[in-house]
Design a protein around this ligand. Structure first.
Ligand code: SAM
Length: 259
């Protein structure tokens, strides 16, 4: 298999030739068609090397990751890095998550066709876009209006019409749309917000990074087993930007500008 840097350098040359953002390509001339096929090749390589090799097996997750064009969700000028094995900076000092962690979290949430999912932390919109290729409906909340508006534009451009966006503090969830079969939180929190547990359907799964960012966060999976009972599993160590909002005890967590 070709190295990531060879694929990236071909994408870079083609981006220069096309000198348009890939998402803006409507009629494909030969250079744009070559760029699209290079990006598709890079996307498949990302799935094979970064995701399948690390143990993600859910066929619906893998198919969704092969479908959504991550280059549409990165900042202009960073398209050549869209399939690298790392988070990338987006506006407001936030990040688009590493592809592997997006796949890992959706698999852990056991998201299936026909289900309804909530995401807290829209960011670029990439995670919600991947979920939307599996779920019936995705609800996503972001605290920055600019990021939410950009994500909406990307969904419109791609024709992803089953995603609802809201600006606000996602630690309160989206009570009017609850219950959810799956809830994914893409920012780290010291404690699990009670509202999110309460908005799970019976049998629903919440996947959330919990812990102190300096000491370490753990990805936790909470399954609602009954009206008042929950199963709690620790999955793996992770490192996310902080969830900035009211925590379960009503205190407000301080913003943290580091990535
Ligand atoms: N899922 C995103 C993607 O695919 O690009 C990555 C999200 S980024 C790691 C975490 C996001 O959570 C940031 O955009 C941040 O602004 C947002 N966030 C932090 N606290 C929040 C809160 N209380 N409510 C909603 N969004 C929040």
């Amino acid at each position: 298999m070709e190295s990531q840097s060879i694929v990236r350098s071909r994408v870079r040359s083609l981006l220069r030739v096309c000198s348009v953002r890939p998402a803006a390509v409507v009629t494909l001339g030969p250079p744009q068609a070559a760029l699209m096929s290079e990006l598709e090749r890079a996307r498949n390589q990302m799935v094979d090397v970064q995701i399948v090799e690390r143990g993600v097996r859910d066929p619906q997750v893998l198919a969704a990751m092969r479908t959504v064009p991550r280059e549409v969700f990165v900042e202009p000028g960073l398209e050549e890095f869209a399939y690298d094995d790392e988070p990338l900076p987006i506006d407001e000092g936030q990040t688009i998550s590493q592809p592997y962690i997006v796949a890992r979290m959706i698999e852990a949430a056991e998201l299936k066709s026909g289900e309804r999912a909530l995401e807290v932390g829209t960011g670029s919109g990439y995670g919600a876009a991947v979920m939307s290729r599996i779920a019936h409906e995705v609800y996503t909340i972001e605290r920055y209006p600019t990021l939410s508006a950009q994500a909406q534009q990307r969904f419109d451009k791609l024709g992803y019409s089953n995603i609802r966006l809201r600006v606000g503090d996602g630690s309160h969830g989206w009570p009017e749309a609850a219950p959810f079969d799956a809830i994914l939180v893409t920012a780290g929190t010291p404690e699990i917000p009670a509202a999110l547990e309460e908005q799970l359907a019976i049998g629903g799964r919440l996947v959330i990074p919990v812990g102190d960012r300096l000491v370490g966060q753990t990805l936790r999976k909470i399954r609602r087993s009954g009206a008042t009972t929950y199963e709690d599993d620790s999955l793996e160590a992770v490192r996310f930007v902080p969830l900035v909002g009211e925590d379960p005890s009503g205190r407000s967590s301080a913003p943290d500008s580091t990535l």
